[in-house]
Structures are given as structure tokens and as C-alpha cells.
Design a protein around this ligand. Structure first.
Ligand SMILES: [Mg+2]
Length: 226
């Protein structure tokens, strides 16, 4: 019997385009002012130095502060996964969420489904490649309000990659359940396949644009409301 419901975020609880259409453009728009205002904060000045070092290694150019800002914006466009960019974006998004400039997108069926899970005495966990910090922001400042009190566990790729079955065994171990007591929802067949190999129950969530697969699927969590 299922005791824990485990959710992917992007493409499952949340529009797959939220990051690229809301978060990335917001960080681009705020990048210049944010850097100019915070360039002397220890974490930000370290990140600025990291960008400078990376560009020096790759292009043998020593960038000015203005050029560093341009480079960071170029990296947003090319979706470069550079730790300095992620660090700075994280701070910009913290401010954006807390000022209510945008909210974490969650589909309308998510909050009622979360409620029905808790009402039946079961628990909720999240497993996403975004950091646990970023996950808590999406659900803490979501369009459906603060959903974090409903969520018992958060996992990111520190527990392992989403397409590796050991990650799902690690999650089962971390929550002290047998894999068969966990039900995993994702839009990505490779993730469902990895979870299934570890013994989890799996369902594919088919949001607009998701390609279907051979896994059992739903188009909305409403299909599972009791
Ligand atoms: Mg996904």
C-alpha cells in the first residue's frame, strides 16, 4: 500500500516552461542592478571573481565588472550551468519571490491532491533536479499559497541522478519505507523506468506537450482524488 507520494516538479506539478519563461527572464532583468548593489557582499564578490576566472581561462581576457554582467546575461541565454551564475540567480529569485514579483507555478489540481493525500494519512515528498532551496521557494511562494507545510521531504540530485534507480532506493532508505510503499509521478519515462526498477509504483503525468509512453498515465491528479 502506498504511504508516500513522490513528485517531480517541472512538467509534473509545475509548467515545464516556468523556469525558462519566468525565472530566467526575471534574473536577466534584475542582473545589472543586483550586481551593482551587492558586488561587495562576500558571496556575490566571490561569484563575480569566479566568472572572471572562468572567462580568463577560456578566453584569456580580464573582464571589467560591466563585461562580467554582460557575460552572466549571455550565460542565462545559453543556459550555462555555472555555479557563480546559479548562486547569483538564487539570490535574485529569493528577492523576487519574497517581494511577490512572481509566484511559483503549480497546476490547479496539485493543491487539492496534496490535501487529499494528507487527509488519507499519507505523506508527500518532492524529488527534482532543482536544488532543495529552489524547490522550497516554488512551493513556499506558489500560486496556491504556501504548500511547504504539506510536504514532508525534499530531495535533489545530491541523493543521485533522476534517471538512476539507486537514487530511488536511496530515497526509500531515507524515508524508511519499502520502495513498494512509494508512488512516483513524473513526466519523463526514463525517470519512471529508473524508479520502477527500484520497486516504486510509477505514473506518468501527461501535461500539455508531454509525450506519452508505455507507463500508466494520468492527465490530471483529479483522476486520483478519492
Ligand atoms: Mg519533469
Amino acid at each position: 500500500m502506498t504511504k508516500l507520494f513522490l513528485f517531480d516538479i517541472e512538467g509534473t506539478t509545475t509548467d515545464i516552461h516556468f523556469v525558462h519563461k519566468v525565472l530566467f527572464p526575471y534574473s536577466e532583468k534584475r542582473m545589472r542592478d543586483f550586481i551593482l548593489l551587492h558586488k561587495d557582499d562576500p558571496k556575490i564578490s566571490e561569484a563575480i571573481k569566479n566568472v572572471q576566472d572562468t572567462v580568463f581561462e577560456e578566453e584569456q581576457k580580464k573582464l571589467t565588472l560591466d563585461e562580467i554582467i554582460d557575460k552572466l546575461i549571455a550565460w542565462i541565454h545559453s543556459d550555462r550551468k555555472h555555479s557563480a551564475l546559479k548562486e547569483i540567480q538564487g539570490h535574485i529569485w529569493d528577492l523576487g519571490y519574497s517581494k511577490n514579483d512572481f509566484k511559483g507555478h503549480v497546476y490547479e489540481d496539485v493543491h487539492p491532491f496534496f490535501r487529499s493525500i494528507l487527509n488519507s494519512g499519507k505523506k508527500i515528498a518532492i524529488y527534482s533536479s532543482g536544488s532543495v532551496h529552489a524547490q522550497k521557494l516554488i512551493f513556499g511562494y506558489s500560486e496556491a499559497g504556501d504548500l511547504t507545510p504539506l510536504i514532508s521531504y525534499y530531495f535533489d540530485t545530491k541523493i543521485g541522478g533522476k534517471r538512476e534507480s539507486t537514487s530511488y532506493s536511496n530515497i526509500a532508505h531515507a524515508v524508511k519505507l519499502s520502495p513498494s510503499e512509494i508512488h512516483f509521478f513524473s513526466d519523463i519515462p526514463e525517470e519512471l523506468s529508473a524508479a520502477k526498477s527500484a520497486g516504486l509504483k510509477v505514473t506518468q503525468v501527461l501535461r500539455p506537450g508531454t509525450k506519452s509512453s508505455l507507463f500508466p498515465s494520468i492527465e490530471s491528479f483529479e483522476e486520483l482524488y478519492p
